[in-house]
Design a protein around this ligand. Structure first.
Ligand code: ADP
Ligand code: ADP
Length: 226
């Protein structure tokens, strides 16, 4: 599903501030696998996720997702690729606070060519998966932190992506909500989604449904547990 070959990312390339954030990354993730990217802050986890999401391009090397070469996608194609393939869950939720849960979850489908019945069915399904259906009419600003995150998860799932990228998803959650997040992740795994989680939260250690743990340090993969 995801293949990285000899990927480098240099920020501010060609300037005195040039910084190698990723060095010689080789990584293969099969469809349906859950992979944890582990490493301290600054080790390159978010950079790696942003390259896989085609939010940024590698300085060199090759990235293929679902058979599509994405390391050189023009911007227009990159957004189409994201809309088709990727669901992203960040620690900041970027929700529209004045709108309801349902409206937030529906937002990514508003300009799609799907008919209203299909949109409504998908919105219901995503909210159920993310365990937020009971709050669907409530304004986002009245939700707890855990609930806001579940709303963001529902929104990330509504276009039915095969690949789910999570960047420090539990950083702003208490333990109970973090455990609930892991439960949702497990149900996505059971649905056959491919999942990559960048985290240094010890709660992700030893989970039964995790196929690989990739340890990063200074932009390099220093250890792989498979
Ligand atoms: P992590 O997600 O593991 O915390 P990041 O991928 O965010 O790591 O960052 C890796 C390194 O790259 C850090 O040293 C960070 O300061 C640097 N970095 C990240 N984004 C940029 C950027 N846009 N410009 C310059 N340096 C950056
Ligand atoms: P947590 O459960 O994460 O500790 P809170 O204590 O903030 O979160 O919220 C508990 C419940 O109260 C949640 O279901 C939340 O939706 C609801 N709630 C919080 N703030 C408001 C508000 N301003 N108006 C209506 N309901 C709220």
């Amino acid at each position: 599903m995801v293949i990285l070959e000899n990927v480098y990312k240099i920020y501010n390339e060609g300037t005195p501030q040039a910084f190698e954030a990723l060095k010689s990354i080789d990584l293969k993730i099969a469809e349906g696998e859950t992979v944890i990217l582990n490493g301290v802050s600054g080790s390159g986890k978010s950079t790696l996720l942003s390259l896989i999401a085609a939010l940024d391009k590698p300085s060199s090397g090759k990235i293929t997702v679902g058979g599509e070469l994405i390391s050189k996608l023009p911007d227009l194609h990159a957004s189409a690729y994201r809309a088709k393939t990727i669901g992203v869950i960040f620690q900041h939720f970027n929700l529209l606070e004045a709108l309801s849960v349902e409206e937030n979850v529906m937002a990514p489908l508003i300009n799609s060519r799907l008919d209203m019945a299909t949109i409504e069915r998908r919105v219901m399904k995503s909210m159920a998966l993310a365990a937020i259906s009971h709050k669907r009419e409530g304004e986002v600003k009245a939700l707890s932190g855990g609930e806001k995150q579940r709303c963001a998860i529902a929104r990330a799932l509504v276009h039915e992506p095969q690949l789910i990228l999570c960047d420090e998803p539990t950083a702003n959650l208490d333990r109970a909500n973090s455990l609930k997040f892991i439960e949702i992740l497990q149900s996505l795994y059971e649905m056959g989604k491919t999942i990559i989680v960048a985290t240094h939260d010890p709660l992700f250690e030893g989970l039964s449904f995790v196929n690989k743990v990739i340890h990063m340090e200074d932009g390099k993969i220093v250890k792989r547990e498979e």
